[in-house]
Design a binder for this molecule. Structure first.
Ligand code: PHB
Length: 389
């Protein structure tokens, strides 16, 4: 073979190799979340966060491009979520499942996931038990007990002796109630009563009246953010609970950045505990907030769900880098376990034992900054695990 022929063959071999690389199929992520109905912002924020990650870091990791396919559960709809998961797995051949704003949707998909062995990245749903329902689930968001314990302890130390709890009657609410009652009593507090409101269309008026009449120092609240938190705050204000001396405390779901401006004045001064605030003072968060607006416009302020969408994409990207692009479920899960990332919310870690997130929980107060309402962090509890695990 003369040198010219050799050179030509080498060029061809390189071309084939490059072509083969380019043809490596994209990693497909099936995003199941709420994109319409009363919880439509959940899916939107999650996907906005995922897109923000791709904007800042490119879309190819471990040699493979990632793409996602969105599917809408339309709300808390376990049967729809199940069907969407089955279709994504068998028809669209996705490699990874992600999204999940609401607990009932995540719980419905978990057994299908365990059977199909697909890494499943929970980007919001925050009932403690979810991660135990499939060994391929990893959670990058939060759990209600993790976010609740710090405010219970803070309240007991800050003059609140008698508390009332009001929660939405499903997984995360029941978890929040359990964690609050336990931690508040352990710190010497007294629980006057605990009520649970329906997940669909609650009317808060009778509950608010009962709370006012029983004169607690504070009411601890967990409601899924959106129309319910707006209605609750409005009722709290209109029925004069504040004037009657009943403080309002909760996890940051209550003063969600995505809804805070719409809730307006009555939120000023509210104290909550949470893992993410759009006002978190760090270079990572400033870059995130800026890129979020560039990618998604300014209709939405990034909230904790957007942050978890961003971090979920980061975890997928880092895992792909570690596995060299392999989505073999066991290799992929090994890559995720123990992973540490610097999130816009601060340092996070995936607990290798539970596949749940370990993170800083902040105590915050709603303040007006440059004309807008923000949750301003003033105290923190580092490395908080889900206390039930
Ligand atoms: C949930 O359904 O798990 C959920 C929804 C909204 C939240 C937190 C948890 O803010």
């Amino acid at each position: 073979m003369n040198n010219n022929v050799k050179a030509t063959l080498m060029v061809m071999a390189t071309a084939i190799a490059t072509g083969a690389l380019a043809q490596q199929p994209a990693v497909k992520i099936g995003v199941i979340a709420e994109f319409s109905g009363p919880f439509a912002d959940y899916g939107t924020q999650i996907v906005n966060g995922m897109k923000t990650y791709l904007k800042l870091h490119g879309d190819t990791f471990g040699g493979r491009k990632v793409e996602f396919i969105q599917r809408d559960t339309t709300g808390a709809a376990p049967d729809i979520a199940k069907r969407l998961a089955q279709e994504l797995i068998t028809r669209d051949n996705v490699d990874i499942l992600a999204g999940f704003g609401l607990t009932p949707n995540a719980l419905a998909v978990a057994p299908i996931d365990a059977e199909a062995k697909k890494p499943m990245v929970i980007m919001n749903a925050a009932t403690s038990v979810i991660t135990t329902r499939s060994p391929y689930i990893v959670r990058v968001s939060h759990t209600l007990p993790q976010d609740t314990q710090p405010i219970a302890q803070w309240a007991a130390k800050n003059g609140i002796k008698r508390a009332y709890t009001l929660i939405s009657d499903y997984g995360p609410g029941i978890d929040a109630e359990g964690a609050f009652v336990k931690a508040f009593k352990a710190a010497g507090g007294e629980i006057i009563d605990s009520v649970r409101t329906p997940l669909q269309n609650p009317d808060f008026a009778p509950y608010l009246q009962r709370i006012k009449d029983s004169k607690p120092d504070a009411v601890f609240v967990f409601l899924p953010p959106g129309s319910q938190t707006i209605a609750f705050i409005k009722g709290y204000e209109e029925r004069g609970l504040k004037q009657a001396g009943v403080k309002l405390i909760g996890t940051g779901d209550l003063t969600d950045d995505g809804v805070l401006q719409a809730m307006g004045e009555p939120t000023l001064g509210l104290i909550t505990s949470f893992h993410y605030s759009a006002s978190h003072d760090s270079p990572e968060n400033k870059a995130f907030v800026k890129a979020y607006a560039e990618v998604n416009g300014t209709k939405y302020r990034p909230n904790f769900m957007a942050c978890a969408g961003y971090d979920g994409m980061a975890a997928i990207a880092e895992a792909l880098k570690k596995t060299g692009g392999s989505v073999d479920p066991d290799k992929f899960m090994t890559a995720l376990k123990g992973m540490k990332l610097m999130s816009p919310r601060g340092p996070i870690m995936i607990d290798p034992e539970t596949r749940d997130i370990v993170q800083t929980v902040y105590i915050r107060k709603v303040e007006r900054v440059n004309g807008e309402l923000y949750n301003m962090e003033f105290d923190k509890f580092p490395d908080v695990k889900d206390p039930g695990k």
